[in-house]
Design a protein around this ligand. Structure first.
Ligand code: VG1
Ligand code: CO
Length: 566
């Protein structure tokens, strides 16, 4: 410890009007954080100011990021500002890196009042890429809207921020570092932790590691291939799957976190995880998975690249939930999915008489249900799956869940999926994303579309493409009333539900960093056993045509097709 206490300064600043957190924190191009004076400081101060001083004084907070460009610079500033804002202890990941699920785990383990997660998730990184900041509360989950609204309000009127400009931490050395501050009785402590170890301890108590080890490295073991896409999850995959469960080194690819993710999008889908898909097609691996930059998303593949749709993935885990020891002990309280996620999970919930909740997009809506003991397993169509072991979606947990099912059922991913469809019927599913469209054009399209579909005359209308006819049962702008605290969230997506259970949903993304992204979600339900094995894009072609016709999307945005189909 240095002899002379570090200076605490209050510096003037001017507000920005655009620091409203989206579906998952504030996401902007890196150059916005770099070039706009105090852009980062303002937002961080707004986070600290949103916490009552009595809760903040002497408290513990967690900081971790996905390792992207600007991660370390931002952590340097956050540490200086946390100290100046009265936080007593910061728990930070080794080298400043922690997966999003690990941050959630560590917040809960240390009983912290919250955490700051530095990630733009699956968005590209590097100097020309995106950066993001998210605030999680003491339950380990993303802050609720009341909190993010408060942060936004504070950011619009901010006049000054507090900082200890001389304070600097060593992120590379595990253990405690103490700092004496001017006018403070107690030293400010920074603890650099091995979050991989904390996370590994947690999952060891959820899954049957002995059975997994036998399947992955015993006699007749299966072969798996996991792609961390140079995101935060690499060290977790190496330690847990390779070192502990005995998978050979070639089971793990792209496991060194890179600031620019190797120039790729760290996005686990068929477009961006194409390398993994190519390898899987070769047929030498039985199971494959990819993760996003911050390790909360997952894509599951079977042998020869058999693709498991994320909406199906959570339904399969639900149907096989007792393959996971955690649920044998804790029981199953409820299931939930975001509104645009296919209704595959609903069918399992109904068959097993378990409550199902339909929430708006974004993981923050699941937290309240979990805290109230009403939710055990949930998922989103956007490659997010998780349970109430933490309050974030968890990519590696999803992989261990699938491996537990394989170990119990001793069948291939494809056979498990096909049996599931035969039993429950199949929700064919696809999502079309139109990225970086003109913001005004997108908003006007959504407004006109809403007027059109909520009109009384819309219900009952029939849409025919070829011989397929879809009749509208009802249509609305989705609204959610939180069953725990009654908070109402409006304007969560336009949905058209047809009489056969098929759905078309339109939504504007809340995670893009520039202009607007329009998403169209298509969910087509089929029970005919002869049809459940067909190609999704072929099966959904009519619904796609109807979705484009009703919205006039191509006309309205000047696009001729989507940027990405998942
Ligand atoms: C997207 C997904 C949503 C997910 C969110 C954060 O939001 O659709 O399901 O929860 O990203 O995921 P939006 O508003 O762009 O549709 V992550 O992995 O970026 O934290
Ligand atoms: Co993510």
């Amino acid at each position: 410890m240095d002899d002379s206490p570090l200076q605490v300064l209050t510096l003037p600043t001017a507000p920005y009007p655009d620091q409203r957190p989206g579906s998952s924190g504030l996401r902007r191009k890196v150059f916005v954080f770099q070039s706009k004076r105090n852009y980062l400081h303002n937002f961080i101060q707004s986070i600290f100011s949103s916490i009552d001083l009595r809760d903040r004084q002497g408290s513990t907070m967690v900081v971790g990021g996905d390792g992207r460009y600007f991660n370390r610079t931002a952590i340097g500033v956050i540490v200086q500002m946390a100290a100046a804002n009265g936080v007593g202890r910061l728990v930070i990941g080794h080298h400043g890196i922690m997966s999003t699920p690990a941050v959630s785990c560590v917040i809960r383990k240390y009983k912290a009042i919250g955490g700051i997660v530095l990630t733009a998730s699956h968005n590209p990184g590097g100097p020309d890429g995106d950066f993001g900041i998210k605030f999680n509360t003491s339950n380990g989950g993303p802050a609720q809207e009341t909190v993010t609204n408060k942060i936004f309000q504070l950011s619009r009127t901010i006049e000054e921020f507090a900082i200890c400009p001389e304070l600097s931490v060593d992120l590379a050395t595990l253990g405690k570092q103490m700092f004496d501050l001017e006018n403070k009785f107690k030293p400010f402590t920074v603890e650099i932790v091995d979050s991989v170890e904390s996370y590994a301890n947690m999952v060891r108590n959820i899954f049957d590691f002995a059975a997994l080890k036998e399947m992955l490295s015993g006699e007749n073991h299966i072969k798996i291939r996991l792609d961390a896409m140079h995101g935060a999850l690499g060290p977790y995959v190496k330690r847990i799957l390779c070192e502990e469960l005995g998978c050979p080194a070639n089971s793990a690819m792209n496991c060194v976190p890179l600031e620019d993710f190797g120039g790729q999008y760290p996005d686990p889908n068929l477009t961006h995880a194409a390398d993994l898909m190519d390898t899987m097609r070769g047929g030498q691996y039985d199971f494959g998975a990819a993760f996003d930059g911050d390790g909360d998303r997952n894509m599951i593949l079977g042998k020869h690249g058999f693709f498991v749709n994320p909406s199906d993935s959570v339904a399969v885990i639900a149907a096989n939930i007792f393959s996971i020891p955690y649920f044998q002990h804790s029981g199953v309280r409820g299931y939930a999915r975001s509104m645009p996620t296919s209704t595959a999970l609903d069918r399992v919930a109904k068959a097993t008489k378990i409550e199902l909740y339909e929430t708006p997009t974004g993981w923050k809506f699941f937290g309240n249900l979990m805290d109230a003991g009403r939710l055990s397993l949930c998922g989103e169509e956007s490659f997010g799956t998780g349970s109430d072991h933490i309050r974030e979606k968890d990519g590696l947990w999803a992989v261990l869940a699938w491996l537990s099912i394989l170990a119990t059922r001793r069948q291939s991913v494809e056979d498990i999926m096909k049996e599931h469809w035969q039993k429950f019927g199949r929700n064919f599913y696809t999502r079309y994303d139109y990225e970086e469209v003109d913001l005004d054009a997108a908003c006007e399209m959504m407004e006109d579309l809403e007027m059109f579909i909520v009109d009384k005359s819309f219900a009952g209308q029939r849409f025919a493409v070829g011989e397929k006819v879809y009749q509208v049962e009802r249509a609305d702008n989705f609204e959610y009333s939180d069953p725990v605290d009654g908070t109402i969230s409006r304007n969560q997506g336009l949905r058209i539900i047809f009489c056969d259970g098929s759905r078309i949903i339109y939504r504007l993304s809340g995670t893009g960093s520039t202009r607007a992204t329009v998403r169209i979600y298509i969910d087509g339900y089929e029970t005919d056993p002869d049809k459940v094995f067909q190609d999704p894009q072929a099966m959904l072609a009519s619904l796609v045509t109807i979705a484009l016709k009703i919205s006039q999307l191509h006309n309205r945005t000047g696009r001729s097709g989507p940027s990405v189909i998942t």
